[in-house]
Design a protein around this ligand. Structure first.
Ligand code: NI
Length: 154
């Protein structure tokens, strides 16, 4: 595994739509390993491939320590409810804002072996799934947030 450099806002790669993964192979598994290590190194709860400069439809969410969700070619099948919460992003360091997200989502994706699975998530995990999914569409939380402020401001 290797740490990857986090791409920060201003880099065009964060604004592009990521491409489907045609085959989940050793290269994809290596990217997943590196993404997990990088996300944990930055104390993040989620990371998407474009954040490490790779325009592929892959993200990882670890809303609770040890509960690692690896999603390749994810699709959000349904969303339920709406809740406003505080968000930040490894690619927008030092900034926070309030974003409205669904309370619950149903996700379909492929795992690191290419097998399809579906899960339901709620709370922070659902929020993180939506946030990371947005990265695959070139969307940042700052596009949707209200009250964006720098860390440390009252
Ligand atoms: Ni982010």
């Amino acid at each position: 595994m290797a740490l990857r450099k986090i791409v920060v806002e201003g880099d065009e790669v964060l604004r592009k739509r990521s491409r489907e993964v045609s085959q989940v192979d050793d290269r994809i598994r290596m990217i997943l390993d590196d993404m997990l290590e990088t996300m944990r190194d930055y104390d993040g709860v989620g990371i998407a491939a474009p954040q490490v400069g790779i325009l592929k439809r892959i993200f990882i969410v670890e809303a609770e320590e040890g509960d690692v969700l690896e999603a390749v070619n994810p699709e959000i099948l349904s969303m339920e409810g709406l809740v406003a919460g505080e968000e930040g992003c490894l690619s927008v360091p030092g900034y926070f804002g309030t974003v409205e997200r669904p309370e619950k989502v149903r996700l379909r994706a492929q795992d690191r072996n290419g097998e399809f699975f579906e899960i339901e998530a709620e709370g922070l995990k659902a929020v993180a799934i939506c946030h990371e999914y947005d990265h695959l569409e070139g969307v940042l939380f700052t596009d949707k947030a209200s009250g964006i402020r720098e860390a440390g401001e009252e």
